[in-house]
Design a protein around this ligand. Structure first.
Ligand code: GLN
Length: 255
């Protein structure tokens, strides 16, 4: 089986609520299957310095406060945009959590009114209403959209069902363009904006989501789906997931 090569954007700046744990879950679930896994750290600076990007088959970027988003967004737009745009357009797999999800959209109007232009790859925009609206904080659950749940790869790797669990803490409210598919539909909590019951977004094989947790620690079935998609295989060797299943079942009861 091919190697999982994870491109990890802005590890130090965008790692809110332990989002780097998603990388650990992906690596662990590969290594337990004897699947080789490498992590390519993609920090600020010119991409020409990175010679292994062509092999990246899973791109990850975490969340962060407005200040962290502001600290990387110029680099994200000027140095990373061509690579990320080509990557998403090529149908490769990616996961963008919260603050990075926002910056993949058209723009993020932050709490102080500063408008951060995004890459515009996700057809959505985000507005933080400052103190005029409470933050979206708490446990959150959502049912995967049918593009994912009906995917034969999801059906073969799924062992926990179509609901995903997480924790959210964001002031920004994201609005998807008309006709754009969400990652999931909220069954408990806020999701994109507390108004339309959508959660996240799907563009090709890239997912944007507000779920921290880390999201892949809380949803190992989603982790396996992303690994299988990244490796372009229809299924993965089964693992003994008794502990993770018990953790998932317990998390479903959280309020
Ligand atoms: N700073 C953004 C907001 O408040 C994103 C927060 C996050 O990544 N958790 O909406």
């Amino acid at each position: 089986m091919n190697k999982l090569s994870i491109g990890y954007l802005y590890k130090d700046e965008l790692n809110l609520y332990g989002d780097n744990g998603n990388i650990e879950v992906l690596a662990a679930r590969c290594l337990r299957r004897d699947i080789e896994c490498e992590i390519v750290l993609i920090n600020k600076g010119k991409l020409s310095a990175y010679d292994r990007l062509s092999g990246v088959n899973l791109l990850f970027m975490g969340g962060g406060p407005d200040s962290s988003q502001k600290s990387i967004y110029r680099d994200f737009l000027e140095e990373k945009e061509p690579f990320v745009r080509d990557y998403v357009a090529s149908g490769k797999t990616g996961l963008f959590v919260c603050g990075s999800y926002q910056l993949m959209g058209d723009y993020y109007r932050s709490a102080d009114g500063t408008e951060l232009k995004g890459l515009g790859i996700f057809k959505a925009h985000t507005v933080h209403f400052g103190k005029n609206k409470p933050r979206c904080i708490g446990n959150v659950r959502a049912r995967l959209n049918n593009q994912i749940s009906s995917d034969s790869v999801f059906k073969s790797t799924d062992f926990l069902g179509e609901e995903v669990l997480g924790f959210e803490n964001h002031g920004g409210r994201t609005y998807l363009d008309a006709g754009v598919k969400p990652f999931a539909h909220v069954t408990y909590g806020h999701g994109n904006n507390s108004e339309d019951a959508t959660e996240g977004i799907v563009e090709g094989n890239c997912i944007g989501t507000y779920f921290h947790g880390p999201v892949l620690a809380k949803n190992p079935h989603l982790a396996d789906y992303l690994i299988a998609k990244a490796l372009d295989v229809n299924e993965l060797p089964k693992l003994n997931d008794a502990l993770t299943t018990a953790s998932y079942t317990a998390s479903k009861k959280l309020r």
